[in-house]
Write a protein that binds this ligand. Structure first.
Ligand code: CP
Ligand code: NVA
Length: 347
C-alpha cells in the first residue's frame, strides 16, 4: 500500500518568500516622512498633466516618492490619506494604474473605489463630478479624451488625477523620472543626461517630453514622419527647454535619435483606442523596433525603459526587454511610490 505522507516539505531557500516587515512607528519617534503632512504646495490641486506642473512641484513629488519608497514600512504613511476615499474611473483597461492606485490608497490609510464606465453616457461628465465631490476626497480617471478629465476637474471640488488620457500620462512620467534618478542621476541631478524615445508620439511620450523639458533633461524622439508630437506640445516643450536648458530634438531616423543616449524608451505602436489602425502601424513602425541593433547606437550602459504593457516582438524584442540593462519593472514598481506621493500631497 502506498503511504501518503501529509508532512509538508521544507521550502528551499529559493522557494521561501521573504518575511514581510510590518508597518511600524518610527523607533526614534520623529518620522522622516512627517514633513509631508505640513507640505501644502500641491494640496487640493488637480494633476491633469505635466504641462500644468512647475519644476519645483515635480521635484517635490519625486522627493516625496523617493522618501515613501525608502521608508515604506514607516507607519506615518498611514496618516497621509487616513479616512479618505479615492474614486477610480476607468474607460480603458489597466493593470498597473488600477493596482497601484488602490494599493497606494490602502498603504496611506485610505480606501479606493473602482468604477469601469464610459463617462458621459449614463449622465453628463459634469454631473458625475458634482456627485463624486459630495462623497469622496479625490478622483483618478483614465479616459479616452483628455477633455473628459478637464471636465471632471472643472466640476468636482476635489483633486482630479489623470491616470492616462489621449494627451498625457503624467503618473507614468513621474514614476519614470523617479526610475531615471535611481539609475542615472549624478550627485542627485539628471542634468546633462539624454533620454531617447523611439516609436509613436503618444500620451506617454508627451508626458516624458514635457517632464524632460521642465527639468532640463535632454530628450530626443525618433518617430516616423506624420507621427511626430502634436505642434502645441512640441512648442510648449521648446518654451520650457529655453528656461531649463534642456536640448529637445527630433529625428525620423531611430539610430540618430538613440545616438549617445543614457536611456532608451519605447511604448506600444497602437495605443488603446487605435486598434483599427494596428496592422498599418505595425508596417510603419517596424524600423523603430527597440532591438539589439538599435541599442548599439546608445551608450553601452544605457538603460531600457517601457511603460508596459509591452508587445514583445513588435515595439521591443525579448532580448532587449529582458536584458540586464532593462529597468521596466523598476518603472512599474515606482508607479506605486510616485502615485502615493501625489495622493499624499494633493488629498
Ligand atoms: N503603464 C500603465 O499605465 O499600465 P496599465 O495600462 O496597466 O495601467
Ligand atoms: N500609449 C499607451 C500607454 C499604455 C499604458 C496607450 O495609451 O495605450
Amino acid at each position: 500500500m502506498t503511504q501518503i505522507s501529509t508532512a509538508t516539505k521544507a521550502a528551499t531557500p529559493a522557494q521561501q518568500k521573504s518575511a514581510k516587515p510590518q508597518r511600524m512607528a518610527n523607533p526614534e519617534g520623529v518620522s522622516p516622512l512627517a514633513f509631508v503632512l505640513e507640505e501644502h504646495m500641491l494640496r487640493g490641486k488637480d494633476i491633469i498633466g505635466i504641462e500644468q506642473l512647475s519644476a519645483t512641484e515635480i521635484h517635490l513629488i519625486l522627493d516625496v516618492a523617493a522618501k515613501l519608497k525608502a521608508h515604506k514600512f514607516d507607519a506615518t504613511q498611514t496618516l497621509f490619506a487616513k479616512g479618505q476615499t479615492l474614486t477610480m474611473l476607468f474607460e480603458k483597461p489597466s493593470l498597473r494604474t488600477r493596482v497601484t492606485f488602490e494599493a497606494g490608497m490602502t498603504q496611506l490609510g485610505g480606501h479606493a473605489i473602482n468604477i469601469e464606465t464610459k463617462l458621459g453616457e449614463r449622465e453628463t461628465i459634469a454631473d458625475v463630478g458634482k456627485n463624486l465631490e459630495r462623497w469622496v476626497d479625490g478622483i483618478m480617471a483614465r479616459t479616452f479624451e483628455h477633455s473628459t478629465i478637464e471636465a471632471l476637474a472643472a466640476n468636482a471640488n476635489v483633486p482630479v488625477i489623470n491616470g492616462l488620457s489621449d494627451k498625457e500620462h503624467p503618473c507614468q512620467a513621474l514614476a519614470d523620472f523617479q526610475t531615471l534618478i535611481e539609475h542615472k542621476a549624478k550627485s542627485g541631478s539628471l542634468k546633462g543626461m539624454k533620454l531617447a524615445y523611439v516609436g509613436d508620439s503618444n500620451n506617454v511620450s508627451n508626458s516624458l517630453l514635457l517632464t524632460a523639458a521642465t527639468l532640463g533633461v535632454d530628450f530626443t524622439i525618433g518617430c516616423p514622419h506624420k507621427y511626430e508630437p502634436q505642434a502645441s506640445i512640441w512648442m510648449k516643450a521648446l518654451e520650457l527647454a529655453k528656461v531649463s536648458g534642456a536640448t529637445i530634438s527630433l529625428s525620423n531616423d531611430p539610430h540618430v535619435a538613440v545616438a549617445g543616449a543614457d536611456a532608451v524608451y519605447t511604448d506600444v505602436w497602437t495605443s488603446m483606442g487605435q486598434e483599427a489602425e494596428s496592422k498599418e502601424r505595425e508596417k510603419i513602425f517596424a524600423p523603430y523596433q527597440l532591438n539589439a541593433a538599435l541599442m548599439k547606437s546608445a551608450k553601452p550602459d544605457a538603460i531600457v525603459m517601457h511603460c508596459l504593457p509591452a508587445h514583445r516582438g513588435l515595439e521591443i524584442t525579448d532580448e532587449v526587454i529582458d536584458s540586464p540593462n532593462s529597468v521596466v519593472f523598476d518603472q512599474a514598481e515606482n508607479r506605486l511610490h510616485a502615485q502615493k506621493a501625489i495622493l499624499a500631497l494633493v488629498l
